[in-house]
Design a binder for this molecule. Structure first.
Ligand code: ADP
Ligand code: MG
Length: 374
């Protein structure tokens, strides 16, 4: 009988712990990009430019024209749990910004080369800082570990190079650079729809034609530009709020996350843009934002797809963009490290109300088409 000698238990090196933790938050270039995009939006950017090399694995650069970062904050920027968005635990319940844990930049600095160039309106020049394992490092080597003055516009440019260079397991789990690029483009596209008032650009390094470029526009215009006239011309929209709550009228085609603030009285409001019976594609395109965060929910997706039974030919699918604003106290944003899986109270009831409204609108528009035809 084989006897296994117990091996001594030892604490992992700090750097290894940090790398593992970072890999839990940043799975692939697209998840790094999502965090960085949200930071730009949190900073009030109206223009966001993304540049990539090798699907973001070699280079992922995001330039915004937001509020910038104070030079005095740069030394702790990539420390874990340093944030300008949350100061006490109770703030978590009414958080309205995307970020709140101060983990994204820290994580990235543990698994990639991170450079930040930033300029606030008050600064006379931009400041550049390089981070390794959470700390600002001297550049060039041997000089003092301080940010360096440089040329730059108002706003922030974050450059992430060689993602996962020190996490071979993550690196080998990645797909081809074209697949990673497709994922990134998908994330940028969805944020560009949800933030139609912000202009977005996404391109590969060394190419002059961007793969995505949107002006500041309305939701419908953004849908037309990014998903095509076929989707845009058959787009219906509806705004849904709880049956009993006071109705706060909003323009359903309003854009920008700042325009629809989460309600703070336990009520909710949803805006849906969805194709009518004239449009169908092979696979459902489903964009779901809850409190301005891109999330996934197969339950909500199924419930809304079901509205199209009998509306669309069997085996075909619609385009749906749904944005739900919930009382922040009813959403558990802290549930998953990647913050993708969001849970909220009365999820079933809310989903049902939205599905009912969509179904009613589809029925209505179906009748109208019918009237035209006779
Ligand atoms: P969080 O977003 O959870 O606060 P991050 O690690 O993503 O944590 O960012 C840490 C802090 O760095 C933010 O709270 C913010 O103050 C600042 N920051 C990051 N990116 C930007 C940006 N693009 N523009 C302005 N400030 C930024
Ligand atoms: Mg953040």
């Amino acid at each position: 009988e084989a006897q296994l000698e117990p091996r001594p238990i030892r604490r992992l090196q700090e750097s290894v712990i940090n790398r593992i933790a970072a890999g839990e938050i940043i799975h692939r270039p697209a998840s790094a990009l999502k965090e960085l995009l949200e930071n730009c939006l949190d900073a009030g950017a109206t223009s966001i430019r993304v540049t990539l090399k090798d699907g973001g694995m070699k280079l992922l650069q995001i330039q915004d024209n937001g509020c910038g970062i104070k030079k005095s904050d740069l030394p702790i920027l990539a420390h874990r749990f340093t944030t300008s968005k949350l100061s006490k635990f109770s703030d978590l319940s009414h958080i309205t910004t995307y970020g709140f844990r101060g983990e994204a930049l820290a994580s990235i600095s543990h698994i990639a080369n991170l450079t930040v160039v930033t300029k606030t309106k008050k600064d006379a020049c931009a400041w550049k800082a390089i981070y390794v394992d959470g700390e600002m490092v001297p550049t060039p080597k041997g000089s003092s570990a301080d940010s360096k003055p440089c040329a730059g516009n108002d706003g922030t440019t974050v450059t992430v190079e060689n993602l996962f260079y020190n996490v071979p397991a993550r690196l080998s789990a990645l797909r081809s650079s074209s697949e990673e690029y497709a994922r990134i483009l998908d994330v940028v596209t969805k944020y560009a729809i949800h933030n139609a008032g912000v202009s977005f650009l996404c391109k590969k390094v060394g190419t002059s034609t961007p793969d995505l470029s949107t002006p500041s526009s309305t939701t419908k215009q953004a849908v037309r530009l990014l998903y095509g006239q076929g989707v845009a011309k058959d787009l219906l929209s509806v705004e849904v709020s709880p049956p009993k709550a006071k109705k706060r009228k909003r323009d359903a085609d309003d854009s920008g996350p700042g325009t629809s603030k989460p309600n703070e009285d336990g009520s909710w409001i949803a805006q849906a843009h969805f194709t009518n019976a004239n449009y169908h594609s092979k696979k459902t395109v489903f964009l779901l934002f809850i409190n301005n965060r891109l999330v996934e929910s197969s339950r909500i997706k199924k419930a809304i797809e079901a509205c199209y039974t009998g509306v669309l030919p069997k085996g075909t699918s619609p385009f749906i963009y749904l944005s739900i604003q919930l009382d922040p106290t009813t959403v558990d944003v802290n549930v998953h490290p990647t913050k993708r899986e969001v849970h909220f109270l009365e999820e079933e009831e809310i989903t049902e109300s939205i599905a009912d409204a969509i179904q009613a609108k589809l029925a209505q528009s179906g009748e109208r088409t019918f009237e035209y035809q006779t």
